[in-house]
Design a protein around this ligand. Structure first.
Ligand SMILES: NC(=O)c1ccc[n+]([C@@H]2O[C@H](COP(=O)([O-])OP(=O)(O)OC[C@H]3O[C@@H](n4cnc5c(N)ncnc54)[C@H](O)[C@@H]3O)[C@@H](O)[C@H]2O)c1
Length: 303
């Protein structure tokens, strides 16, 4: 990292970096402007939270994964962005256009060989892996209760949401060991902690399993300087949930349960993931960070 001193450029860039407003701007998607600011900040040599780190993130074409890729890159990380859809390249283009460093990898997280290749890409392109954010997930339309949900939906959901995380950890842990340690963040959900009378049973089972395996891996690897934590988002204004809550009535019904009275934003999850990825969370492992507008704390809501 280059230190800049006693120049006009340095004088401008040494103003404090944006903090809270950063989140708001990212939501409106002049994300590249924020990212460019953060990358410039990084290049001054001022403190950034992921300087020198290599981060692999899954599900980066949209939602939480995309927001995390932009945020981590803005904090100085070199990002390996993994997804199964072409739109993933756009995430990487935004990062590069802002002066950040990222590589797109086309991989299906439910395919062990493909996620192994993605980890290999991180090490071959950037020499190491420090952070893995296993975030890709699906929620299928006919996911319902135990009686009605098809076997195909159960298998597909567990393949992506559960095995996708487990295969990821299988290949990431040896890479983190080679780097001398690191941080894994697995995306679970509030449904891993509380039940609903309008179930998506395969999805819920998959997220409960993510939480359990995260705890266990945290304990197994705690003395290897490898931290493993879960991020449990509340209901978010992303494609995954909004395609399901596709009427005002359905959205209103869901918000009854959220004390803050609004859906969360992908950028707010990216901020939480950044905390878990960074040294700010150095004494945290095996935790379930619930970022849910108060949902899992609520007995009744304010109204
Ligand atoms: N949206 C919510 O309300 C909510 C709440 C709790 C937890 N979550 C979890 O957060 C994570 C991200 O959700 P989101 O809201 O950003 O969803 P999203 O649908 O906006 O993004 C998910 C991304 O994952 C990718 N993906 C799907 N299957 C994949 C596969 N097999 N291999 C690689 N990539 C794949 C998709 O292409 C997409 O880019 C998921 O694990 C989801 O279960 C979401």
């Amino acid at each position: 990292m280059v230190m800049v001193a006693n120049t006009a450029a340095a004088a401008v860039s040494m103003s404090p970096p944006p903090t809270a407003p950063n989140t708001t701007v990212i939501l409106g998607e002049p994300a590249s402007a924020v990212l460019a600011w953060r990358v410039r900040w990084c290049k001054t040599g001022a403190a950034v939270r992921l300087a020198g780190k290599v981060a692999l993130i899954t599900g980066t074409a949209g939602g939480i994964g995309r927001a995390a890729a932009l945020r981590f890159a803005g904090e100085g990380a070199r990002v390996v962005a993994v997804d199964i859809v072409e739109a993933n390249h756009e995430t990487v283009e935004v990062i590069r256009a802002a002066g950040g460093t990222a590589t797109a990898v086309h991989a299906d997280v439910s395919d062990d060989a493909e996620i192994a290749a993605a980890v290999h890409t991180a090490e071959s392109a950037y020499g190491r892996l420090d952070i893995a954010f296993n975030n890709a997930g699906i929620m299928l339309a006919d996911d319902s209760d135990a009686v009605a949900t098809s076997t195909e939906t159960i298998d597909k959901t567990l393949d992506v949401n559960l095995k996708g995380v487990l295969y990821g950890c299988r290949h990431q842990i040896p890479a983190l060991r080679r780097a001398g340690g690191g941080s894994i963040i697995n995306t679970a959900s509030f449904v891993a902690s509380v039940g609903a009378a309008t179930p998506q049973i395969a999805y819920t089972a998959s997220k409960g399993a993510v939480l359990s395996l995260t705890r266990e891996l945290a304990v197994i690897h705690a003395r290897e300087n490898i931290r493993v934590n879960a991020l449990s988002p509340g209901p978010l204004r992303t494609e995954l949930l909004m395609s399901y809550l596709d009427t005002d009535e359905k959205r209103r019904r869901r918000l009854v349960h959220v004390p803050m009275g609004r859906f969360g934003e992908a950028a707010e999850m990216a901020s939480a993931a950044l905390f878990l990825a960074s040294d700010d969370a150095s004494y945290m492992t095996g935790a379930n960070l619930q970022v849910d507008g108060g949902l899992t704390a609520a007995y009744v809501t304010p109204e």
